[in-house]
Each structure stands twice: as C-alpha cells, then as structure tokens.
Design a protein around this ligand. Structure first.
Ligand code: UDP
Ligand code: MG
Length: 340
C-alpha cells in the first residue's frame, strides 16, 4: 500500500479535476481605437479558434473608442453570435476593459489578448496545452519582441526583473497580453488602476499555479500604441501596491510597526547620547542638528506605528464587512467548497 508520505510526494496538477470537461474558451479583448485592425483580427482569430476545435466565445470590450471601431464591431456581433461586443461609456483604460470582459465571460478558460494583432491567435493552442496540463495561469512570453528598444523593450526588461523579484512569480514577460486563466482562479482577482499586468502575480497570491510559454510577437501593423514611457513609473508604483497587498494586507502593523520601531529606537538612542553629553560633559545641545534628528525619528516612529494600527483596523473592516475569507480553497474532498 502506498504510504501517506509517498502520497504527499505525488504532485497532483492544480485544477486536475477539470481535465475531463472540455474547456469552453472565452477570449477577452480590450480595444481602443483600433478600427484598421478589426477586419484582420476577426478573420485570424475566428480561423485560429475554429481550427482548435473547442467551443468558444469572443468578448471584445470597446473601451470608449472615438473612431469607427464600434460600428465595425457591432456589425460583426450581429453577423456572428459567437462575438459579444461590450461598449464602455468612456475610455476607462485597459485594466477596466479586461475587468468588464471577465465579468461577461462564461468560459471555463479565459484567454486575453490585444486587439492590435501584435499577439498571434495561432498561439492559443500552445496556451491551452499548458492549461490542460493543469496550470491555472499561462502567460505568453514575447521571446522575440517586435517593438522599439529604447522606450519599450528596455523599460519592460527592467520592470520584468523587478516584478519577478518582488512578486516571486518568475516570468520573463509580464506585459504580454496573451494569457490564459482558469476562471475559478480569476474570480478571486480584483483589478484596480493598471493592475492587469500583475494578474499572474495576483492570481498566484490566491493560490493559482503559473507558467509561461514563448509566443510570437509582431510589430504593430495598424494604428499606434496607446502608451508612452510614462507607463514605467506607474508600473513601479503598482508594484509596491501588489507587493504590500500580497504580503502584508492582513498584517499591516508588521510593515509599518517594524519601520516605526526602528525609527523610534534610533531616535531614542540619539536622544540618550545627547542627554549623556548634556549631563556628564555639560555640553550645550540646544543648537545641535542631531537633536532635531532625534526628535524627528521618534515622531516618525510613533506615526508609523499608529499607521500600522489604523491599517489593522481597515483590514478588519475590509474582510469582515464583506465576509471575505483570508484563505482560498482549491478543492475539498467529501464536502462542498464554500469559498468558491
Ligand atoms: N487599450 C484599451 N484601452 C486603453 C488603452 C489600450 O482597451 O485605454 C487596448 C488597445 O486597443 C490594445 C491593448 O489595449 O488592444 C494594448 O494596447 P497597446 O497595443 O497600445 O499597448 P502596447 O502593445 O503598445 O503595450
Ligand atoms: Mg500592442
């Protein structure tokens, strides 16, 4: 008989229970002023999915385009019922467009890609292969990226390194839109701001397994990119948010409290040193910059600790007001998964 220890060593692929059901695919595409790309997108995407053979739906989210995109999309939607078109009231940004698409998607597997055909729909089977192996998130890796070096590839290389180090999800390319997700993992991921490039990291924080596959990348054929170099700064700020929420959202006092204690302790030490000088050496300390530093460190320390305590209260409000669990269950043997 197999011992318990041996059993625990056999790795059961994540989400393996879904394997027997053929996944129904939802492709989610955010689209903002891409009218020239739409005919080719329709043709190539439909052909690739038909060839793959699984049942599918395509959700295109028109993120408040001001050109003729929506008219073209609406026409496709009336002709082909597999296409669902969602028009947002204004330009909310790519992350919000993804989020709208996810909310309307009903497939077991959700595949995201850009509308500009820089990603190749022909790579969808590659992603699906990994999903069928049991991974919850499969991220495309633009191994041979066809964009300018200085303002696109270089910042992206630096950002990828940083994200990889900070989030512990080791991918080469976070910015690639071509990704596949299992729906049951994605439903726990809530998107804000420009966090779409962190979806793998966020999904892994709720316990999803992540992998990547190399995919093709083409130069933009039509239209222009919607982003400039300013994106890099925003990515760094978002990274801080993701790191904090992932590691310390349920225990903010540990971040702020530690910093506060270090700061206060340093302030007290400096203060003691100055007191010693005053008492034993009879030196005048009133005009010393060091005194200012001591006071500053103590005040900042107290403030940081207070911030941590406020954070603890906010955390409780966040989780308890919505009955949110602080854990995520993958599956339950003999019972129902109440957190799904
Ligand atoms: N996009 C969007 N809303 C925006 C900006 C972009 O829906 O506010 C879409 C855009 O139409 C494209 C995708 O997001 O399908 C990626 O944008 P882009 O190709 O400009 O980014 P890049 O590939 O240059 O990083
Ligand atoms: Mg693009």
């Amino acid at each position: 008989m197999q011992s318990l220890a041996a059993l625990s060593r056999t790795t059961i692929p994540a989400g393996g229970i879904h394997k027997s059901i053929p996944p129904r695919i939802s492709v989610v595409i955010p689209l903002y002023n891409e009218e020239e790309s739409i005919p080719a997108l329709y043709e190539r995407l439909t052909a690739a999915l038909e060839e793959y053979g699984a049942t599918f739906e395509i959700i295109i989210v028109d993120d408040g385009s001001s050109d003729g995109s929506f008219a073209l999309l609406a026409e496709i939607g009336t002709r082909d019922p597999r296409y669902r078109i969602i028009k947002l009231r204004r330009n909310f940004g790519q992350t919000a467009a993804f989020s709208a698409g996810f909310d309307h998607a009903s497939g077991d597997v959700i595949i995201t890609m850009d509308a500009d055909l820089q990603n190749d729909p022909k790579d969808i089977p590659l992603l699906m292969e990994k999903v069928n192996e049991g991974y919850d998130i499969v991220s495309g890796w633009r191994k041979d990226r066809q964009d300018r070096f200085l303002d696109r590839k270089l910042p992206s290389m630096i950002a990828n390194r940083m994200i990889s180090n900070v989030t512990d999800v080791r991918l080469h390319d976070y910015g690639c839109s071509l990704k596949a997700y299992r729906r049951d993992v994605l439903q726990h991921v809530h998107l804000y701001g420009e966090l779409h490039r962190f979806i793998p990291a966020l999904a892994s924080q709720v316990g999803g397994s992540v992998t990547e596959v190399a995919v093709d990348h083409h130069a933009r054929q039509y239209g222009t990119s919607k982003y400039g170099i300013g994106r890099t700064v925003r990515v760094v700020l978002d990274l801080i948010t993701v790191w904090f929420l992932g590691s310390y959202a349920t225990r903010p006092i540990q971040v702020f409290g530690s910093l506060g204690l270090i700061s206060s302790a340093a302030g007290v030490l400096v203060g003691l040193y100055l007191t010693g000088l005053k008492l034993f050496n009879h030196q005048d300390i009133g005009s010393r910059p060091l005194l200012l530093l001591a006071v500053l460190l103590v005040v900042i320390g107290v403030q940081l600790i207070t911030m941590g305590l406020l954070g603890e209260m906010i955390t409780r409000t966040y989780f308890e007001s919505q009955n949110k669990p602080i854990y995520y269950v993958r599956e339950v043997v003999n019972g129902e998964n109440t957190s799904a």
